[in-house]
Write a protein of this length. Sequence first.
Length: 204
Amino acid sequence: MKREMWKDEGRRMKPLRAWIFLGLAFSSTPTLAQSADDIVPLRPALPEIPPTIWEMYGGWIVLGIVVVVALKAALIWWLMQPRPFEPEPIEAQTKRELEALRQRAEDGKTLSQISRCVRRYFATAFELSAGELTTTEFCQALAASGKCGGELVAPVSDFLRRADERKFAPVSAAQSGGAVDEALKLFHAGEARRSELRQLTKPT
């Protein structure tokens, strides 16, 4: 009985299935035809890729790097070169040192420095022979040079001898003062003598 009922239902479902199949076939046919015939719209063409900076200016970049490296190397070389030493003029050095010693007490050490300034100035300014000389030898060399002039040899020699005596004198006797002022007077007299010598040797 049941088997006959299934057969009956199967006979009824066959037309329904056929209609459903036909409906799907006819409904999908236009869509398939349309999708087969239509052309898919294309995207717009991309712009041309521009050349890179290296492609356009590669040669100039390399040249610039070479120039910068060369300039840096030249600068380093120039900075490492020894600079010519320009000594301070003897007149400027002597005046500066004597003015600095004015503020100090005239003990043995200060008197020794004042005496050394005076000796160095006259030895350099009037081209005396180099070397360590005693006060007596220095005074003899100053008188023999003839450049200093007779009017300066005596006061310079006297100043140096008195400075030597005061350097080894007791402290109470050494602090009489005025050594820097006297040394500056001799310095200015020496500069005046140098000016006279320049005038004498100046071509007319």
